[in-house]
Design a binder for this molecule. Structure first.
Ligand code: NAP
Length: 306
C-alpha cells in the first residue's frame, strides 16, 4: 500500500487530496494540530507545525509528503496576522525539512505549496515559470521566503516541487463560495476596474495536477498550478452570473470593496491583484486539463450536485 503524508491535510485543499488518495487506496497520514479520530486508511497524527517529535517517524519510507500548512490569508494584514502567515508557512516547511533529513528512507517526493501570487500584478502578459516576473510587497515576500525555506532544506533522496497554486475553485470551500453568495444577492458585477486577471483552477484539475507531479519523476523545482486560461475579473464575474442564472450584477468599485473588506476582516488584494499565471511546465510535461474552459468549470461547480 502506498503512503502519503499530508501536513495541513484538514483544510480545503487537504481534504480534496485526502479523499483522492483514500479512493486510490493509499494509506493517508495527516499531521494536524487538531485532535481527529483516525479511521480506515486515514491516520491523524498530532504535531504543532514547528517542533520535531514522534510525528517525524511517519515520514520514514513514505511515497510522498505534501505540505499545505498555513494560516489563511483571508484576514486583515495586521502585524500579528502577518507574523502568523509567515510563521505557519516557514516553520512547518523548515521542521518538515529537518524530519526528511533524519529519515533513513526519505519520502520519494516532497510537494510544498506556494502561491501564484508570487508573480507581479500583471495585465500585460502571461507569467510562466521561466518568463514570469516576481512581484513585490507582503504576499510576494511570504511566497519568496516560503519557497526559499523549502529549497534550502537538504534532501538529496527526495524530489522537491513547489506548487505556485492559483485560486482553486471548488464545490465546497475556497474563494468561490463568497463570490457565489455575492452574485446570488445581485452584487456579482465587476470588482474594481474589472480589468485585473483572475488565475483559477478547477478542484478536479488541482487534484489531477498534484497526481501528475507525483507520477512525473522529471518534474522538480517550481510549478504553476493554474488553468491555461486566466480571464479578466469582468469575464469571471459574467461567467459566474451565467452559471448561477443571475441576470444582473451590480459592479463593486474599489472604495466599496475597501469598505466591505474592512467589515468582513479581509484584504482587497485578494480580488484586485491581477494574476495572469499560466501552467507552462505542466503543459510542456504533457498534463491535459479537464477544465480549461471557465464556463464549463463554473457550470460543473455550481449546477451539478456533489
Ligand atoms: N485555496 C487556494 O485557492 C490556495 C491558492 C494558493 C495557495 N494556497 C495555499 O495552499 C495551502 C492550503 O490552502 P487551503 O485553502 O487548503 O487552506 P486552509 O483551508 O486554510 O488549510 C490550511 C491548513 O493549514 C493548517 N494550519 C493553519 N494554521 C496553522 C498553524 N498555525 N500551524 C500549523 N498549521 C496550520 C491547518 O491544519 P490544522 O488546523 O489541521 O493544523 C489547515 O489544514 C495554504 O498554504 C494556502 O496559502 C491555497
Amino acid at each position: 500500500m502506498k503512503k502519503v503524508v499530508l501536513a495541513g491535510g484538514t483544510g480545503f485543499l487537504g481534504k480534496l487530496l485526502r479523499d483522492h488518495f483514500v479512493d486510490k487506496d493509499y494509506q493517508v497520514v495527516i499531521l494536524s494540530r487538531q485532535a481527529y479520530t483516525s479511521k480506515l486508511n486515514i491516520t491523524y497524527v498530532p504535531w504543532d507545525g514547528e517542533t520535531l517529535s514522534e510525528w517525524k517517524n511517519e515520514l520514514e519510507g513514505a511515497d510522498a509528503l505534501i505540505n499545505l500548512c498555513g494560516k489563511s490569508v483571508d484576514c486583515r494584514y495586521t502585524e500579528s496576522n502577518k507574523k502568523l502567515i509567515y510563521d505557519t508557512r516557514l516553520n512547518s516547511t523548515q521542521v518538515l525539512g529537518k524530519a526528511v533529513g533524519l529519515c533513513k528512507t526519505p519520502p520519494k517526493v516532497w510537494i510544498n505549496s506556494s502561491s501564484a501570487t508570487i508573480y507581479r500584478h500583471a495585465e500585460d502578459r502571461d507569467m510562466g515559470e521561466e518568463t514570469g516576473e516576481i512581484g513585490t510587497g507582503f504576499s510576494v515576500d511570504v511566497c519568496k521566503k516560503w519557497e526559499n525555506a523549502f529549497f534550502d532544506c537538504t534532501s538529496p533522496g527526495t524530489r522537491k516541487v513547489a506548487l505556485r497554486i492559483a485560486i482553486v475553485i471548488g464545490k465546497n470551500g475556497g474563494a468561490l463560495q463568497p463570490l457565489k453568495s455575492l452574485t446570488k444577492i445581485g452584487f456579482g458585477g465587476r470588482q474594481g476596474s474589472g480589468n485585473q486577471y483572475f488565475s483559477w483552477i478547477h478542484e478536479v484539475d488541482f487534484i489531477n495536477a498534484v497526481n501528475f507531479v507525483l507520477d512525473n519523476k522529471e518534474l522538480s523545482g517550481v510549478c504553476n498550478v493554474s488553468s491555461p486560461n486566466p480571464v479578466r475579473n469582468t469575464q469571471f464575474m459574467s461567467s459566474l452570473r451565467k452559471a448561477l442564472k443571475v441576470p444582473f450584477g451590480i459592479p463593486m468599485p474599489k472604495w466599496m470593496l475597501e469598505m466591505g473588506a474592512l467589515i468582513i476582516r479581509t484584504e482587497t488584494e485578494l480580488i484586485l491583484k491581477s494574476r495572469r499565471v499560466v501552467p507552462k511546465k505542466l503543459i510542456e510535461s504533457g498534463y491535459r486539463f479537464h477544465y480549461g474552459n471557465l464556463e464549463n468549470a463554473l457550470i460543473d461547480l455550481v449546477q451539478k450536485k456533489p
